[in-house]
Design a protein around this ligand. Structure first.
Ligand code: ADP
Ligand code: ASP
Ligand code: MG
Length: 464
C-alpha cells in the first residue's frame, strides 16, 4: 500500500484532476490510498467568506459561496458523463445549503469562532474528496470516498487540532484496509478530522500533508507520496530564487527542520508519523510526474555541499524581555516560558544575555496576554514583521566555519538574532521581513555556486 496526497493546485481544475487520475492509475498495482486537498484556493475562499459574514458583509459572503459552488460544478461536470450530472448537482446543492446555513449563523452572531472556522473550512476537502472519488469511478478506477472525519480523531483545539494517534490508527485500519483488500481506491480529504464527540476539526493550514502521513502510519504504507506544484523539495522556495535546484534525497531530520522553519512544501508535522514508522516520503510534481522528485529517508546521504537547502519563515515577531531585577536570578527563564506555555504560544528561537532574553514567535494571537504577564516583572518590547531565514544540512554539524561563510554572504543585511539548533543541523538568522528575500538569494548564491550532482538536480531555470 502507498498513500498518494494531491495538494490544492494539483486538483484545482478538470485538467488537473484528469492528470491526477492518470498518476493514480499508474500506481494501482501498489494499492494506493488517495488523500486530496480542497480544490485550488477553496480553503482561503471559505475563510474569507466567513470573515465577511462576521463583519456584516452578508451579500458578499453569499456571492462568494455561489461562485465557489459554480466553480466545483463547472470543473467536475467536465469530467463526468451527462447521466451523473444530476448526482453532482444534488451533492453540491446539499453542501452549499449547509455552508449557507453556517454563514447565516456566523452573520447572526457577528463572530467567526474557531469552531465555525473549522466547520466551514472543512467543506473544501469534504467536497473535493467526494467529487474526486466520483470522477475516478467515471474514469474506470474503482474508488470509494471515505469521510476523513470518521478516521482522523483529534483533540478539540480548533484550527490546529492534534490527532489522537491510537484511535486514529485503529480507525484507519478499520475503515481503509477492507476497501483496499476489495481492490478499491479509498479517497479521503486531507486537513479535516473530528473530536471523539463528532465535532469537526482541522489540523491547521497546509494540514493535508499531515493527514497523508497519519494515514500512511495507520495502515503501515510502504511509501507516502506528496504530489504538489514544484519538482520536489528544492534548495529554497523557487518563488524566491529562480535557479533553485531539486534536492534528490534528504533525511527526515533535515526535512523536518526545513518544514518547521517555513518550507511550505511540507506541513511541519508531516515528518513525525513517517519517522516513527520509518516510511519514506516522496515529494513529486503532479504537472511533471516524470521528474524523480525528492526522496525523504531516515539517514542523511553524503554530500559535498555544506547545506541541503534554505528555508524562510515570515510573519515572525521578536519579543525582547529585559529585567534588571531578575539579573542572575534562577528561575527567570522558567517564569518566562511558563507564561508562553500557558498561552499555548510556541517559541521558535531564543537568545539570552545576562539581563535580557529575546525570542521569536510565529503566532501573535495571544501576544497581548503574554506581554501583560511578562510586564509584571520585566520590560517588554515587540518587533513585528520579522523573518527567520535558516540554512539546513547534516554537514553543518561536521564542518567548522559554516557560520562565518553565511555571515560573509549576508554582508549588508542587518541580522537581528542568530541561533543554532541543538540538532546542529541548522543555522537560523532573524532578519526584517523586507530583507528576507535578499538574504535567501545571497545565501543561495554562496552555498550553491556549484552543487553535488549526486544530491542536487540541475536548476530548471539556468542562472542568467
Ligand atoms: P500544495 O497545495 O501542493 O500542498 P503548497 O503551496 O502547500 O502546495 O506547497 C508548495 C509550495 O511550497 C511551492 O509552490 C513553493 O513555492 C513552496 N516552497 C517553499 N519552500 C520550498 C522548498 N524548499 N522547496 C519546494 N517548495 C517550496
Ligand atoms: N486545504 C487546506 C489549506 O489550504 C489544507 C491543505 O491544502 O493542505 O490549508
Ligand atoms: Mg501544502
Amino acid at each position: 500500500m502507498i498513500v498518494m496526497k494531491f495538494g490544492g493546485s494539483s486538483v484545482e481544475s478538470a485538467v488537473a484532476i484528469e492528470r491526477v487520475a492518470g498518476i493514480v492509475r499508474r500506481e494501482l498495482a501498489r494499492k494506493p490510498v488517495v488523500v486530496v486537498s480542497a480544490m485550488g484556493k477553496t480553503t482561503q475562499r471559505l475563510l474569507t467568506m466567513g470573515e465577511k459574514a462576521a463583519a456584516g458583509q452578508r451579500d458578499q459572503a453569499f456571492e462568494m459561496l455561489r461562485s465557489l459552488g459554480e466553480m466545483h460544478e463547472r470543473e467536475i461536470a467536465r469530467l463526468l458523463p451527462a447521466e451523473k450530472h444530476g448526482d453532482l448537482r444534488r451533492i453540491l446543492d446539499c453542501h452549499v445549503r449547509e455552508m449557507a446555513d453556517l454563514l447565516q449563523e456566523v452573520a447572526d452572531l457577528g463572530e467567526f469562532t474557531a469552531k465555525s472556522v473549522d466547520a466551514l473550512s472543512s467543506y473544501g476537502e469534504r467536497l473535493s474528496a467526494r467529487l474526486i472519488a466520483m470522477v475516478f469511478t467515471a474514469f474506470g478506477i474503482e474508488a470509494a470516498h471515505v469521510d476523513a472525519r470518521c478516521v482522523v480523531i483529534t483533540d478539540s483545539r480548533h484550527k490546529a487540532a492534534a490527532p489522537l494517534y491510537s484511535q486514529t490508527y485503529s480507525r484507519a485500519k478499520e475503515k481503509i484496509l477492507p476497501l483496499v483488500s476489495q481492490n478499491k481506491v479509498p479517497v479521503l480529504g486531507g486537513f479535516i478530522g473530528s473530536t471523539e464527540d463528532g465535532v469537526t476539526t482541522t489540523l491547521g493550514r497546509g494540514g493535508s500533508d499531515f493527514t497523508a502521513a497519519i494515514i500512511g502510519a495507520g495502515i503501515a504504507a510502504v511509501e507516502i507520496q506528496i504530489w504538489t506544484d514544484v519538482d520536489g523539495v528544492m534548495t529554497c522556495d523557487p518563488k524566491l530564487v529562480r535557479e533553485a535546484r531539486r534536492v534528490k534525497t534528504i533525511s527526515f531530520a533535515e526535512a523536518a527542520e526545513l518544514a518547521y522553519f517555513g518550507a511550505k512544501v511540507l506541513h511541519p508535522s508531516t515528518l513525525l508519523p513517517a519517522i516513527e514508522n520509518n516510511i519514506p516520503i516522496l515529494v513529486l510534481n503532479s504537472r511533471r510526474p516524470e521528474i524523480g522528485g525528492t526522496r525523504i529517508v531516515s539517514d542523511a546521504v553524503s554530500c559535498s555541499n555544506l547545506i541541503k537547502a534554505i528555508s524562510c519563515k515570515r510573519g515572525v515577531s521578536i519579543v525582547n524581555i529585559r529585567s534588571t531585577r531578575m539579573l542572575m536570578a534562577h528561575g527567570f527563564l522558567y517564569r518566562i516560558f511558563e507564561i508562553f506555555s500557558r498561552a499555548e504560544t510556541a517559541v521558535d528561537m531564543l537568545a539570552t544575555s545576562e539581563v535580557s532574553v529575546s525570542l521569536t514567535i510565529d503566532d501573535p494571537a495571544r501576544l497581548a496576554e503574554v506581554c501583560q504577564a511578562l510586564r509584571e516583572f520585566s520590560e517588554v518590547s515587540v518587533e513585528d514583521n520579522q523573518a527567520i531565514v535558516c540554512i539546513v544540512g547534516d554537514n553543518i554539524r561536521h564542518t567548522p566555519g559554516v557560520a562565518a561563510r553565511a555571515f560573509g554572504a549576508l554582508q549588508g543585511v542587518n541580522i537581528r538574532m542568530i541561533s543554532q539548533g541543538a540538532s546542529m543541523l541548522n543555522l537560523g538568522f532573524v532578519v526584517a521581513a523586507g530583507d528576507a528575500e535578499k538574504a535567501v538569494q545571497l545565501l543561495h548564491r554562496e552555498f550553491f555556486r556549484s552543487a553535488d550532482p549526486e544530491v542536487f538536480d540541475e536548476p530548471a531555470v539556468p542562472a542568467i
